[in-house]
Design a protein around this ligand. Sequence first.
Ligand SMILES: *Cc1c(COP(=O)(O)O)cnc(C)c1O
Length: 476
Amino acid sequence: MRPADKSGKAKANTRAAAAALRMLPSVDECLRAAESDGALGAIGRGWRVELLRSALAQVRTRLAAGACEPAESRERIAALVIAQARAALASDEPRLRAVVNGAGVVLHTNLGRALLAESAIDAIAAAARAPVNLEYDLDSGGRGERDTIVEGDLCALTGAEAATVVNNNAAALLIALNTLANGREAIVSRGELIEIGGSFRLPELMAQSGARLREVGTTNRTHPADYVGAIGPDTAMLLKVHPSNYRIVGFTTAVELGELAAIGRAHRLPVAEDLGAGAMIDLSRYGLPHEPIVAERIAAGADLVTFSGDKLLGGPQAGIVAGRRELIDRIRRNPLKRALRCDKLTLAALAATLRIYRREDEPAELIPALRMLRRNPAELEEIAQAARAVLAGRLDSGFGIEVIESAAEIGSGAQPAEQIESRALRITHPERSADAIAAMFRRARPPVIGRIRDGAFMIDLRAIEDASALAVTFPP
Ligand SMILES: *Cc1c(COP(=O)(O)O)cnc(C)c1O
């Protein structure tokens, strides 16, 4: 091709683009045209203007770049803008969407942790719809305390004298430390200075609470004498932290809670334990590894325990502090309580969840997180086979779908070293990489979140309630 030709053609293109741009309709013209459009006509004016403005800008850019057919009339361009705005409207979905958890992690922090029991969901809806006696004492007609909504059940279930609830477990620990040890020392074993996901680092949280961290022992071994030797006039409390997401194995010693509680009593110092997951019931009844039970830790002598509402408890995001009444009262009077308190929806869901534990012999029947953890390999095999059939009807025949044995996790730092037997669908395609298949599943409706193991895309069934959850569609 000769250079003269090229520049001639480029000039013609530029002229065509300039002509098209001169025909660009105004926002007002587009608005008038959009009034008769079914979809755009049905939405609020402000939003309609917003969609048309951005569609107009996109069409302008495309015309200027010569990237679309030079339109022959103003009406044609307006129609282009309307079509573009209508497409933007159609693809406007809520940012927070339901997804399928095929990651094999039951309490997946990034996917919102515990699914709620139906009664907890109903309680949220009821509390959202009508005024509630959140801080109103119906007997006296006077002001009430929102903790009383859950305190009785929490005490009955844990054996604690009192309990208070805040936004999450990090907040529970923050307010406990700030109340008991602001400007003074809290003694912690070096083996328990944890960092868990999502920027929770114990030493940093302690610094924010105003408590001074006094480390004792070594990474793998801490002895009673280490704690006793560190106690001085500045000591405010002894803190034990459940090493949620890791294990120290081999040549190790830790001071058991009972022993630490005895040291605390001897020195008149409160002993607190951050449990993290904090089970209400013994998970070994489902063949799962033993996870600390809140009631056991209170019985073993902890003056305070902190744990999450949305981990093994299977309720909403919340942080619970349970323990001695005098300490809980002090925490409640801390101004931070006002900043960290939880709302009526959370309390409604938490109360409904606790009620299940108190009233049912088998809470796993009603609490999804426990139900998912309880399922045995035979049940999962059945779900996997059914899920395979559902997916086979939705993927083209080029895909291979195989049921395989897999290993799932409880998640949220509970028993990280312990894998629980599960079943998964392994999905392969001769021409597509595992990453490409994973991306295709993320674009499905609803999106399916799986994981890649041994170079293949897998959907683990442990955290998927039943096969129908995989009746998804794949947009073209
Ligand atoms: C999970 C966890 C936390 C943080 O709890 P959130 O409810 O996520 O704030 C703190 N400590 C331990 C030991 C944990 O396992």
